[in-house]
Each structure stands twice: as structure tokens, then as C-alpha cells.
Design a protein around this ligand. Sequence first.
Ligand SMILES: [Zn+2]
Length: 220
Amino acid sequence: MTLDPNDVEAKKDALIAAARRCFETGLQTNAGGNLSVRLSAAEAVVIKPSGVGFAEVARDNLQVAWLDGRIEPSALKPSKDLDFHLAIYRARDDVNAVVHCHSPWATGWACAGLEIPCCTVQTIEKIGRMPLIPLSPNGGPQTEAEIGPVFADPSVRAAVLANHGTIGVGPTLTKALHLAEIIEETAQVAFVRDGLMAARGMAGADLPRFGTAADARAAG
Ligand SMILES: [Zn+2]
């Protein structure tokens, strides 16, 4: 299978725009985090390499990696996260983009070892549940061995990595990006909720009574 240069260029430009938006909204500063998008013309993805910040991604530093792990010639080191991105694409035909950020509110929950509750109607509708994935057994960052099996479940669209960050996936780059934003927004909302409830001596926040809007309509 060969690469279509027009497809590669268009996907690089889309990835650059998504990365800039993550930087500008504070989802990802420095050179951490990662994002990738599947090429439509080949079993390959465009992905940010190691050591390049979201604000610095450009056509000439983004890499093209094949789903079997081969990487098109590049002077830069591939991301440490490449293997888990590829594992998700291999397992999920419905996933065409992966956005992984170290966004601060969500990563705060992740560092406390807490799952972020899907406490708003939007998170119930769009995400359902955000599993918390523990560190790898040697104490290092999560790898494809921990992340792959969680995303093999087709209902999982978002997850939180303990002591690390977040992952949002989607059928388009925009949808994966929106999930990364919703995860961060929900982490902040849940923190405010818990702080207010603690200050007022309240316990046991109610999650939405129904799931999706369709569920609510069906229940009358
Ligand atoms: Zn990371």
C-alpha cells in the first residue's frame, strides 16, 4: 500500500491545527502529550514525534507511522506513545484519531488515583465512563500492554492514565479533540462539585438519573 501525498499533507495540517488548539486552551503545554490521525489512503497514521511541543508541530517534523510499527524516514525520535496509539488503531476500525494530553485538572484526578466521574449530562451522553488505567507493573508509564485492552472495548471513548494524563479517541480528529476537552472540563467541574459539597457537609453527589437524552425520553 502506498501513501497518498495529498492525504498526508491534509492530515498533517489538520493535526497541526488540533495541536495548536490544545496548546492555546491549556490542554497541553511543553513537549508532553501526543496526538495522531489515521490516513484514509493507507494503513498508517500521522503522529507527533518525541521532543516536539504541541505549539511547535509542523509539516516537516510530524511523522508517518505504519500500523505494523514501521516509520517513514525522519530525523526525529518516534514518540514513546507510538505503540499505544498503533494498538488502538489496530483494535478499533471506528477510531481515526487519538488525542493524549497531560491536561492539568484531569491529571490531578489521575495523580490521586481517582476515576473522573461522568457527572454532567454531556459526559453521560458523549463518554459514558472514563476508566482509570493504572501505571505499568514496573511503575513506569502506561504502555500498549495496559492501554490496548481497555480500548479494545468498543464502548470506550476516553480514559484517564494514573499519574499521567488522558486519552480521547474518535471517528474524526475534531471529535477526539472535543473528548479531550470534555475530559478536562469534567475534571474541573467535578473538583468544584466535590469542594462545594465538602464545604456544606454534603455527601453522595447524584449522578444524572438517566443516561442519554434518548434514555430519558424512553423513560417518559
Ligand atoms: Zn503522556
